[in-house]
Design a protein around this ligand. Structure first.
Ligand code: GLP
Length: 250
């Protein structure tokens, strides 16, 4: 994987979006269209803010949604559909955006999205890494084997505490217990992966993901096996790495 370390999260966002915009441009000029996956969470704030300013013909881009809580209405401030609608869809109006609806039968929804994504090979997937090193909502120990593109998952306590700690919910018990997540194998099918991870809260997870062994207990460590992954860090999230500066292959 390519590791790109920036001095702060704003620069991280600018570099990750410029890198991604170039990939989207290249894809559109080769194939006439592009298929991407969008993540949410605070890790994507700066990258998305920059990405929407890039000169991209968004009408040629089809988007998928990485993960969503089960049972949380779109009007709730923690809803990832709300997040992506307000921060991305309303700003750029992509050709298509396939949201995960967490308010219908999860099995039927996973099947629906699985059928759709099977017809749209992903050119670029944006992801983040949780404090517990989760990839999408695949908490440790993550299922590295399932062939399903989307699955229902149970959120672990660390994950739910993170969401509460970031202020998305008023009380810890309000954080939903379950979610629909893109599977690890489906994420790895993306031709390119751009992983944006600012903040000191992520430093331990980042070290394990980049320098530790590949293990289901550190779900995002699987990114080491994907040849076109670029991970964008700031000086806080990279603080525990052996090499804390610059751009390098790992
Ligand atoms: C979150 C989101 C994912 C994101 C990942 C890390 O909880 N549901 O879409 O990729 O997990 O993001 P963050 O730590 O910023 O929430």
């Amino acid at each position: 994987m390519k590791v790109v370390i920036s001095e702060n999260k704003e620069v991280l966002g600018t570099r990750a979006s410029a890198f991604s915009a170039k990939l989207i441009h290249e894809t559109i000029s080769q194939k006439g269209a592009a298929n991407i996956v969008l993540a949410t969470g605070s890790s994507q704030f700066e990258m998305l803010e920059s990405l929407i300013k890039e000169d991209i013909n968004w009408s040629l881009v089809t988007c998928f949604h990485l993960d969503e809580y089960i049972g949380l209405p779109m009007t709730h401030r923690a809803s990832f559909r709300k997040y992506l609608k307000e921060r991305f869809v309303d700003k750029v109006q992509p050709g298509a955006f396939y949201f995960i609806n967490g308010e219908v039968d999860p099995l039927v929804e996973c099947q629906r999205l699985g059928d759709l994504i099977a017809r749209h090979p992903i050119d670029l997937a944006f992801v983040g890494i949780g404090e517990n090193a989760h990839l999408a909502f695949n908490d440790p120990p993550a299922d590295f084997e399932t062939e399903e593109a989307f699955l229902e998952v149970v959120l672990d306590e660390d994950c739910r505490n993170q969401q509460f700690g970031e202020g998305w919910f008023e009380k810890p018990e309000e954080v939903p217990q379950r979610a629909i997540s893109m599977s690890v194998k489906q994420i790895l099918k993306a031709k390119n992966i751009v992983c944006s991870v600012p903040d000191s809260r992520k430093a331990t997870a980042v070290k394990a993901v980049i320098e530790g062994p590949v293990t289901a207990n550190v779900p995002a460590s699987i990114l080491q096996q994907h040849k076109n992954t670029a991970i964008f860090l700031d000086n806080q999230s990279s603080a525990l790495l052996s090499t804390k500066q610059g751009v390098y292959e790992k």
